[in-house]
Design a protein around this ligand. Sequence first.
Ligand SMILES: [Zn+2]
Length: 309
Amino acid sequence: MRKVWMLFAVCLFATLTPAQDQDFSKVQMKVSKVAGNVYMLEGDGAGNIGASVGDDGIVLIDDQYAPLADKIQAALKGITDKPVRFIINTHYHPDHTGGNAYFQKQAPIIAQDNVRKRLETGGGAGNGGSVHFEAKPAPHEALPIITFDHDVTVHLNGEDIRALFFPAGHTDGDSIIFFPHSNVVHMGDDFVTYGFPFIDVEAGGSINGMIDAVAQAISQLPPDVKVIPGHGPVSSLDDMRSYLTMLKATRDVTAQALKDGKTLDQMKQAKLLDPWKKYSGDFVNQDMFLETLYNSLTGLKTGKLIKHN
Ligand SMILES: [Zn+2]
């Protein structure tokens, strides 16, 4: 899981430090069929790629890091000779959009309005505490050329591939992608399996928005749906329910401590999140998640919210 951290950190700085400093050469793309005509491509901790593959071509969900683009392309060639028709970004983070410039030479990129804005301007990402990165503006050719406010549907491969916007969750531009015919959902980083999630409070993310997004997605999905998390192996609706329970419980215990007048340091010292310590990881440990909850609930260190069109 340290790799996730490293890759994420490195790639947010990818425009500051040459990409070749990071050894992507050993990364192997793992391709697996999820259900129906949807595949998942994994590459060593980077954001999971979803791919609808059929007679009409490929619809790609996210495209990981730029140095991996050739490998992603090769992996797709192993599934089909058909062309990429569209790419949808679940959110702006570079471990999900790094291949944009490469793939937009082949097909248009679609994303929620705020994804384009954040890629265009660059800026701070982090939990308002000890997790912080600066992202440089993405090059023009990496910007999604089709954007939407609330939702968009791509009708290809006998599927109604629907990207639905959920405000202020992992970031302020998250979409969850539904493949109803194949019975698959790509959750973006609103649902991850590496432990406590990273919430980009500085880019308009919030714990309450993430809870709402996951709860709403669960309520809309059939019980046997296959779930592609932003990071981690294919999961079930029950996995999402456990995750949601953890999000709510940790939010509630922090909200109560705030009500009781506790400071962040006092909460850390009291090990407020100890009952959920199995979620503490190398990427987001217990203290980091507590900072996230604290900053999100107090609104103290949240970043500038990007105004909608
Ligand atoms: Zn992310």
